[in-house]
Design a binder for this molecule. Structure first.
Ligand SMILES: [Zn+2]
Length: 255
């Protein structure tokens, strides 16, 4: 699907911090759906642990309350995957995809109840080799969250930078994490979030070959059907961040 030449163009452009959009316009433009930009929020931890990747439960609840009050409606990973693949899929008026990377236990203990309180859904990208380890989600917690409407994607087996690995190891990270999550959930897993945002041509090619349909980066911006489906942009949120609208405006623009 993606030739090496196309990838190199895309990758060079992404790195050069100019507009990648023009180069990846593989789909016709003009329809509302094709041009629709979806904010994808990226959280890691919710709690009171130290570090810039942790937001407080109060802060997370305030974000959800503000987003809900402004009319944003969360979508599942499955809805988003369908949106990328099917031009006619129906989404709410103000769609929002909330994602969490790294599979920390506080996602279950803190974020999950708050999401439920606001009747919202989120997608959790799991490091499968760490399932059940201290501070990480257990298999039972992941299944319970899935049963309550949360969705799950791969964050690889070992959280190494895919862009730096030899091909057989990229393959193993992609295939094994997908297999283990599907085995745990009993449903297809078709999205990957690249650890540390690292990916390359081989990563995309192998992800496609292994049945993935979407790859989430750590590049800033919103995502649309014009964004390359394996170079999706997100809006990260950190402990030191202020108002959600300021962050969405600032990091919702392409880098
Ligand atoms: Zn990560």
């Amino acid at each position: 699907m993606l030739t090496r030449r196309q990838f190199l163009k895309l990758f060079a452009t992404t790195v050069a911090v100019t507009s990648a959009l023009e180069l990846v316009m593989q789909m016709p433009t003009g329809s509302g759906a094709a041009n629709r930009e979806i904010p994808i929020l990226l959280y890691h931890r919710v709690g009171h642990t130290r570090g810039h990747l942790t937001v407080s439960p109060e802060r997370f609840a305030a974000d959800l309350a503000e987003l809900a009050a402004a009319g944003y409606r969360t979508i599942t990973l499955e809805q988003f995957e369908a949106f990328l693949q099917d031009r006619n899929v129906e989404l709410p008026d103000k769609p929002l995809l909330i994602t969490f990377d790294d599979g920390y236990r506080d996602n279950y203990e803190q974020a999950f109840p708050l999401l439920q309180r606001y009747n919202m859904q989120a997608a959790f990208f799991i490091i499968t080799g760490m399932i059940g380890q201290p501070e990480r989600l257990s298999g039972a917690q992941i299944r319970e969250m899935a049963g309550a409407g949360m969705s799950f994607g791969s964050h690889t087996v070992s959280h190494r930078s895919l862009g730096d690995l030899p091909v057989p190891e990229i393959q193993q990270e992609l295939a094994l994490s997908k297999f283990d999550l599907e085995d745990l959930l009993g449903r297809p897993v078709r999205s990957i979030a690249y650890p540390k945002g690292s990916y390359n041509y081989d990563t995309i090619k192998l992800a496609e070959e292994n049945g993935y349909v979407a790859g989430f980066t750590t590049l800033h911006g919103k995502s649309s059907k014009k964004t390359h489906p394996f170079a999706l942009r997100r809006i990260p949120l950190f402990s030191f961040d202020g108002d959600i609208w300021t962050i969405m405006a600032k990091r919702g623009r392409a880098e």
